[in-house]
Each structure stands twice: as structure tokens, then as C-alpha cells.
Design a protein around this ligand. Structure first.
Ligand code: XUL
Ligand code: CO
Length: 446
């Protein structure tokens, strides 16, 4: 049975196409800097937003019209798998991602939950034998059920810690079974509401103990996927422990976990932390910790995680700049942790949304690649810091000087001369590259 019968396989038709259900810029086989777009971008569909969510929000019930809405329980779970692989194929997605509870309903006991999971995992495995779509990552949802009200690994209740360990153990087995390229830890409720009732030190020590046990178990079963921490500053808790990349990095280093983890960076989480998307990517990149990306965007007028599909070309350009400078994402990918707006309730909207996101990152990739090839930012930056390539600057970076010598040098300076940072000139140049890339795409197609 076809769940999306009125949608054919989405094709690349180029920038002049008028067809809404076609890629205008994402051309999977097009070579950019020696690799295909498909190899670089490694798109992934988020199971929870696309197949599990119903469009409900804190003020209203679900709005989403989905061809599986009449089903419940395991029948619903199975229908979603069927629909999922039809969708992956039609949108041409090389990857997908899920939480355990997205794919199978929880049972009355942990044992029953695991049995439900096994049925669906077997079904996924069957589909994956003939599908090109692979598992980018999976994770355990340890935030929806009331048992996690005080957190999971950071809960004040040791039984909840144990239960959470059992959940991650099972999820790692699922990851191994399905050949997941990564395993994600997003700290759902790993944070606090108020310090008045919180033992922060114990909670963080326990979180580290939990991660060490996960590392040990992955080794034990031979799971070689990359472990990823997904920082977020707040929501659902007031203060999440994995606040941002810098905080997460300090945590990993303190507890000697830095060799086992990288970061999964989500655009909307970055902006919630008061950073730009590219800031978080940069902090991870320069520390060798950029693992994967949850590709979405927030709304600057709203203070919460709106998880919109990414359509801001300026942002996708600067994100792709960091990713290319990182030498790609390795085992990671661009996972659309993004949901259609509540008012976009028709099944076709799922396709429109992914097309918009994939085209936006394809443009970002092209522009970033050209900016790098032409050394646009590199030249500005090396010129800006050139004082460190000779004389006293070189002595500073080579560690060959000290405060006494620097004072002597400074006393002899007659004048300190700075140069303009040229921010506006650079922004204008980026606009020029963006517009040039877009008009070139149109010309190629005309
Ligand atoms: C929540 C969020 C999660 C993680 C996976 O804000 O981003 O969906 O990506 O648990
Ligand atoms: Co996410």
C-alpha cells in the first residue's frame, strides 16, 4: 500500500523548475569540491517529527492528517515503518534517526517494551536490506514518561538511574543491530528546576558515571558508532547540564570522557543558548569535536525550541562553511530535527518541508565551497592576524617571550596602530557570493 500515493520520487529539476515537488538546488550526484552533494550533506529524516508527531502544542490537540491516523498500538508502529521507507525513498534520504519510543509503543513493563521494540527493529532490519537508507543514529527517549520527571541519569531516584541504564543498554543493542553510525545522548531532563532541592555535584557525577557505563557497554558488544552529546541550554528543564558545546566539553574533560564523545549540534539549541549556529559548530570544530548536526532553525521572535525546517540561506551557508572547514561530518550527517508548522497539516507538507531544507543546505554548500575556494574569509583573517607571523607577534605565539620583555617592547612603541575589521565589507561579499551562486544555478538550468 502506498501512504503517499500522490507523490512520486522527488527529482532534481534545477533552479528554473516550477514544480513544487522537485529539488531546485539539491542535485545528489553533483560534484562539489571532489565529492557528491549526497556524500557531503548526508541528510537524515527525524522519525519523531515526521512519523510520530501529530501537530499538537501546549494549547491544542493534533492537527496532522496522516494516512496511519486510524491505527493504534503495534499496528500503528508497523504502518509508520512502511510509510517511513516509502518516504525515505521518495525524498531520497540516505539516513534516518529515531528515539526508541518513536518506533514502538511502551508496554506495561520494561520487558514488554523491549519485546515491542524487537518486533519493530526486526521489521526495520528487513526494510534496510533493500533500502539505501541507513540509520544515522538512534537514542533513548528518557524525558516523556512521568518516571523521568526528575531526570534520568541525573534523577534523585536511584531506581530511575537503573531503569535509564537498562533503556540505554537496550538502545545500544538496537544501534548495533541496525548498524547505526552514531548514538546520541540529548539530556532530555538532565538538568534542574531549582537549586533549592538539587545536589548538583552528585547529579553531574552520576551523569558521568552513566556515560562511562555506556562507553564500557558499547565496547563490550563491539558497537563502533560515534557517541554524540547534543547540547541544549534549557527546555524542558530551566537549566540543562549540557548547556552548550563549551560547557559540554568542560564536562567531558573533567570526567575523562572527551576521547569517546563528539557533539551533535542543533541550530535552534545554539540560538536558545544565546549563540549562533555557526558559533557552536566553530567551538566544536576547533576542538576536534564536531560530530553531527540537527539541522533546523528557531524563530528570533520566540524564546523556545520551534524546530523549524531550515530555510535561512545565510545560516546554511555559514554552517556549511564550518562543516567543510571541518573536512566534512565523518560519520555524522544533517538530521532534520524539524517539524512542519501546526497549520501545515497535510501529508504533502512533509515533502515540501524536506525539499525546502535540502535545497537550503545545497545552496549553503555551494556558496561555502566557493567562499573557501576563493579564500574570501581566509585572506581577510590571515591579513588581520599577520602581526603574529613576524617580530614580537611570532615570539608570542612561539612562547619565546615574557612579561618583562613585552614591557620593554611596549615602552618603546611610539604608536599603536589598528586596522579596520571590515565586517560590512565581508558581509556584502557573502551576499555577492550567495546571489552569484543562485543566478549561476539558474543559468546552468536555462
Ligand atoms: C530536543 C531534541 C531531541 C534530540 C534527540 O530538543 O533536539 O529531539 O535531538 O533526543
Ligand atoms: Co535535536
Amino acid at each position: 500500500m502506498a501512504y503517499f500515493a500522490n507523490v512520486d520520487q522527488i527529482q532534481y529539476e534545477g533552479a528554473t523548475s516550477k514544480s513544487p515537488l522537485a529539488f531546485k538546488y539539491y542535485n545528489p550526484q553533483e560534484i562539489i569540491g571532489g565529492k557528491t552533494m549526497e556524500e557531503i550533506l548526508r541528510f537524515s529524516v527525524a522519525y519523531w517529527h515526521t512519523f510520530t508527531a501529530d501537530g499538537s502544542d501546549p494549547f491544542g490537540v493534533g492537527t496532522a492528517i496522516r494516512p496511519w491516523n486510524h491505527l493504534t498500538g503495534m499496528d500503528l508502529a508497523k504502518a509508520r515503518v512502511e510509510a517511513g521507507f516509502e518516504f525515505f525513498e521518495k525524498i531520497n534520504s540516505p539516513f534516518f534517526c529515531f528515539h526508541d519510543v518513536d518506533i514502538a509503543p511502551e508496554g506495561r513493563t520494561l520487558k514488554e517494551t523491549n519485546e515491542n521494540l524487537d518486533v519493530i527493529v526486526n521489521m526495520l532490519k528487513e526494510y534496510m536490506k533493500t533500502s539505501k537508507t541507513k540509520l544515522l543514529w538512534n537514542t533513548a527517549n528518557m524525558f516523556t514518561h512521568p518516571r523521568y520527571t526528575h531526570g534520568a541519569a541525573t534523577s534523585c531516584n536511584a531506581d530511575v538511574f537503573a531503569y535509564s541504564a537498562a533503556k540505554v543498554k537496550k538502545s545500544l543493542e538496537v544501534a548495533q543491530e541496525l548498524g547505526a553510525e552514531n548514538y546520541v545522548f540529548w539530556g532530555g531532563r538532565e538538568g534542574y528546576e531549582t537549586l533549592l532541592n538539587t545536589d548538583m555535584r552528585l547529579e553531574q557525577d552520576n551523569l558521568a558515571r552513566f556515560f562511562h557505563m555506556a562507553v564500557d557497554y558499547a565496547k563490550e558488544i563491539g558497537f563502533e558508532g560515534q557517541f554524540l552529546i547534543e547540547p541544549k541550554p534549557k527546555e524542558p528543564t530551566k537549566h540543562q547540564y549540557d548547556f552548550d558545546v563549551a560547557t559540554g566539553l568542560a564536562f567531558l574533560q573533567k570526567y575523562e570522557l572527551q576521547d569517546y564523545f563528539k557533539f551533535n549540534i542543533e541550530a535552534n539549541h545554539a540560538t536558545l543558548a544565546g549563540h549562533t549556529f555557526e558559533h557552536e559548530l566553530r567551538v566544536a570544530r576547533i576542538n576536534g569535536m564536531l560530530g553531527s548536526v540537527d539541522a533546523n532553525q528557531g524563530d528570533p521572535l520566540l524564546g523556545w525550541d520551534t524546530d523549524e525546517f531550515p530555510t535561512d540561506l545565510y545560516s546554511t551557508t555559514l554552517a556549511m562553511y564550518e562543516i567543510l572547514k571541518n573536512g566534512g561530518l565523518g560519520k555524522g550527517g544533517l538530521n532534520f530535527d524539524a517539524k512542519v508548522r501546526r497549520g501545515s497539516f497535510e501529508p504533502d507538507d512533509l515533502f515540501h518541508a524536506h525539499i525546502a531544507g535540502m535545497d537550503s543546505f545545497a545552496i549553503g554548500l555551494k556558496v561555502a565551497n566557493q567562499l573557501i575556494a576563493d579564500k574570501v574569509l581566509d585572506d581577510f583573517i590571515s591579513e588581520r592576524y599577520s602581526s603574529y607571523t613576524y617580530g614580537i607577534g611570532l615570539e608570542i605565539v612561539e612562547g619565546k617571550t615574557n612579561f618583562r620583555q613585552l614591557e620593554e617592547y611596549a615602552l618603546n612603541l611610539s604608536e599603536l596602530k589598528n586596522q579596520s575589521g571590515r565586517t560590512e565589507r565581508i558581509k556584502a561579499l557573502i551576499n555577492q557570493y550567495l546571489l552569484e551562486t543562485l543566478s549561476l544555478s539558474k543559468k546552468i538550468n536555462a
